[in-house]
Design a protein around this ligand. Structure first.
Ligand code: ATP
Ligand code: MG
Length: 395
């Protein structure tokens, strides 16, 4: 497995987070969106976190998808508590050695050493402030899949607490708490920043740039080093294939491995085979979405259709939506029926629909929007079963 590092990008973000770049608002929180499997977590953990640490920043990383059964609020609290504990552990050990029982961190916050490691009693704001003082350096909290915090009330509360910690700890020219939030769906992340009631109202969502020409050049060099018979590798061809793989390195590298394998039986150039593999993958992804859609009950299909059609404007039960369902199904649908359909879209594995603690809905996989759009423009919406059945028969 190869690891390609994006050092320059990480450096730029470090500067921005510390409020050192002239423009931008990253010191108020950096919100990064990029599609699934495009390398967000790898970048945050492998490039951004080390760059921050090198710059003298204490980094706390938490992935809210690490365990979806646990409450996002708890996961955030635990990650902070763990970092705090390792620092207090040191302070406490030193204190013990010289015979001191109570620990005062940096002269400001009293920490009851018996509570070390427990976040309860200590609010998130206090915990972050204690961590900053105990570490005696600025703190960066990186929350991966941050949109997941909005699916529970405790998660929402945690987000509001983080906003408040940021406002208390940062002053112009002095950033002590940096917040980085990432997610695979821009629309969902938007709910953290977009309306006046949102915790980070006023912040912008940035697109984390996909891996691109530098990554392709790196891969091409690796191939050329290993297979002198293939020099020069067609970089433009690789680039096209990578784009067709949706800039997802995992699928791209797997296909590279397959077409370059001595077992592939291919002769001549490997680049066309790679592009073919990319098209096959795309067709396979689309076939999966189609079969998921066709496997739904008619009411579920209608609700999902509306959601794909409306995007962030989707309101499941307004008069327009109910009219839409009736029109597509040829019979009226009650609010309860629509509700039931939404619930079962959410309960499927894998879930097709995401719901926030405030009752907002979105499709789980943003790639579905593109699939819908392409089919719509190609006159191929809605998908129909092979036998040519109308998808909206009886239930
Ligand atoms: N810079 C990179 N160099 C090489 N491979 C990479 C790089 N970034 C990501 N990958 C590979 O791509 C795959 C997905 O990466 P990662 O988990 O970081 O993506 P993600 O966007 O966080 O995905 P998810 O949406 O599932 O959370 C992994 O198999 C990883 O090894
Ligand atoms: Mg990830």
């Amino acid at each position: 497995m190869i690891a390609f590092h994006r050092t320059a990008l990480a450096q730029q973000l470090v500067q921005a987070l510390q409020g050192r770049s002239l423009m931008g608002d990253a010191h108020n929180g950096l919100f990064l969106a990029a599609p699934r499997r495009t390398g967000k977590s790898t970048f945050l953990q492998g490039d951004l976190a080390p760059a921050l640490q090198q710059d003298g920043v204490e980094v706390v990383y938490v992935d809210l998808w690490a365990d979806t059964r646990r409450d996002p609020g708890t996961l955030i609290a635990e990650a902070i508590a763990q970092a705090l504990q390792s620092h207090l552990g040191l302070v406490a050990r030193t204190a013990k050695k010289v015979g001191v029982k109570s620990v005062k961190v940096a002269g400001a916050l009293d920490i009851d050493t018996s509570k070390i490691g427990q976040i309860d009693g200590l609010t998130l704001v206090d915990a972050l402030r204690s961590l900053q003082q105990a570490a005696d350096r600025p703190v960066a909290l990186i929350i991966d899949e941050a949109q997941h915090a909005l699916t529970s009330e405790a998660g929402e509360v945690a987000m509001t607490a983080l906003k408040s910690a940021r406002d208390q700890m940062n002053k112009p020219g002095q950033v002590k708490l940096m917040l980085v939030m990432s997610g695979s769906d821009r629309d969902k992340l938007l709910r953290l920043v977009v309306n006046a009631g949102a915790p980070f109202y006023g912040s912008q969502i940035q697109a984390l740039p996909p891996l691109d020409t530098d990554f392709i050049a790196h891969v091409a060099e690796l191939v050329e080093a290993q297979r002198p018979d293939l020099v020069p590798v067609d970089r433009a061809g690789l680039q096209l294939a990578f784009a067709a793989f949706g800039h997802r390195p995992q699928f791209f590298m797997a296909a590279m491995g397959a077409v370059l394998s001595p077992l592939s039986g291919g002769s001549g150039r490997f680049e066309p085979a790679l592009q073919q593999a990319a098209q096959d993958q795309q067709a396979q992804d689309e076939a999966q979405m189609e079969s998921d859609y066709l496997g739904l009950k008619p009411t579920e299909q209608a609700v999902l259709w509306r959601m794909l059609d409306q995007g962030p404007r989707f309101r499941p039960y307004d008069a327009e939506a109910l009219r839409f369902y009736r029109e597509k199904l040829g019979r009226p649908i009650s609010v309860q029926q629509a509700q039931k359909a939404l619930e079962s879209l959410r309960q499927r594995t894998p879930a097709l629909v995401w719901k926030s603690a405030r009752g907002e809905y979105a499709v789980e996989d943003a790639a579905m929007h593109r699939w819908f759009q392409v089919r719509l423009e190609g006159g191929k919406w809605p998908p129909a079963t092979e036998q040519g059945d109308l998808p909206f028969d009886d239930e």
